[in-house]
Design a protein around this ligand. Sequence first.
Ligand code: AHM
Ligand code: MG
Length: 335
Amino acid sequence: MVSQSYARLMTLEEFIIQGQNNFKGATGELSQLLRDIALAAKIISHEVNKAGITNILGLDGSTNVQGEMVKRLDLFSNEQMISALSRSGNVCLIVSEENDKPVRTKSSSGKYVVAMDPLDGSSNIDVNVSIGTIFSVFSRKSNIADEPDESDALQVGTDQIAAGFVLYGSSTTLVYTTGRGVSVFTLDPGLGEFFLSEPTVRMPVFGPTFSFNEGHIRSCSDAVKNYVSWCKNPDKVTGKPQQCRYIGSMVSDVYRTLLNGGIFMYPETDKLPDGKLRLLYECYPMAFIVEQAGGIAIDKNKRRIMEVPLSEIHQRSSVYMGSSRNVTKLMEFME
Ligand code: AHM
Ligand code: MG
């Protein structure tokens, strides 16, 4: 019976309370931050699901409207996240892909700094393909008596105290870590409630998939070219050629990699010597999650993404992440 199956499920709220009870000295502030993000995620999810209807109503045969829709949803998501993160007074500073400079909230004494990509993969909205919200949480470095500034945001991946992403796909899924494994919650849209669907995600040590925009292959390094060629023509030991799966939304490509194994890459190219993805609010949080699930995340210099120094909030980084055996194989080609 439906009611019995719900009875066995843990809500996000119960998970938060349980986590707080298990963590001596917890103040509940980080828990509140997760609640705030979950609220914004529900609002964005609701809006994303209506995007097609709004597109039809607003289309008028003009391609501009679709472009504006993408932009509107980017900005809408940014506003919802900023407003949610400003609710409880725990966040003093927000770095967003949509804002050139860090945004100060009204709570200058808030303990936390959040970096985010409010709507990742936004070019996929108008074709009804999965998109998401990525976030990363840091403790502020400055004294709470002082005004927070950009230096509070210039931290390194290993300083993250929590990270996650919300995937607006065939269902809305929240993936979250505080450094004690990765948990997944799925939104029941009828009830407006996130339920724990996977308490501890472990990434397979190997997956038969590579995920990469092969359109860029000509301007990639020899290491990437040789690795991709190996994926297609693996040696006798590994057997079959691998599958290529590339959605073009990092959230979706990394989520699939997390569950099924494999590798996701956004390499450096001749045109983009540090790749396209942003270190602070795309690479760090995803690397944190991937590592917590047992995977590896590195950059073009084989540096652990979590330790790549950040000197500018919108800094880009090449990224290679996924199952340990897949990434280790790539590293052999990088030698
Ligand atoms: P966005 O943050 O502007 O949406 O861009 C980031 C997205 C990632 O989700 C995805 O991995 C990548 O851009 C796809 O780029 P490309 O179209 O060059 O393959
Ligand atoms: Mg993005």
